[in-house]
Ligand binder design. Sequence first.
Ligand code: HEM
Length: 131
Amino acid sequence: ERRTLISALLDAAVDAVIVIDQQGVIRECSHSTSALFGYLHEEMLGKNVSILMPEPDSSSHDKYISNYLNSGRAQIIGVGRDVRGKKKTGETFPMHLSVGESVLDGERLFVGICHDLTSYHDALQQLAIAE
Ligand code: HEM
């Protein structure tokens, strides 16, 4: 059954999977999103995705989305980018962000996947020190 498969996906995804609408409001997210960003699942639903990033992106993210909707020119969709995320504690961390687009009942939705790069960055740091 469909609902069970989606629950399984959201339960089991290792990277944070986040669904937002055209306003940037978080409509659904995987369990792993809580582990990465430190918010409870219920705390994130209905909030703007901008809570998950530091400035200056936080204040500009609504504009990023509306620019894309108006121009059709994507900066991240289909390409991905290394950005900094922000945890509930305020701590920021490196992550790879990929974003895709979907439509549900005629509504445009965006699906973002956040892959934590903290340990990768730490390993690079260690290699640089060892040199
Ligand atoms: C665009 C940052 C998370 C959806 C952008 C842009 C930046 C950005 C820098 C492009 C601005 C530009 O050059 O025009 C971030 C950061 C995040 C984050 C730092 C850290 C949490 C997300 C998530 C989603 C998302 C989780 C989707 C669920 C979008 C969309 C656009 C966008 C739809 C516009 C389309 C595009 O430029 O490709 N974001 N974002 N973002 N972001 Fe985010």
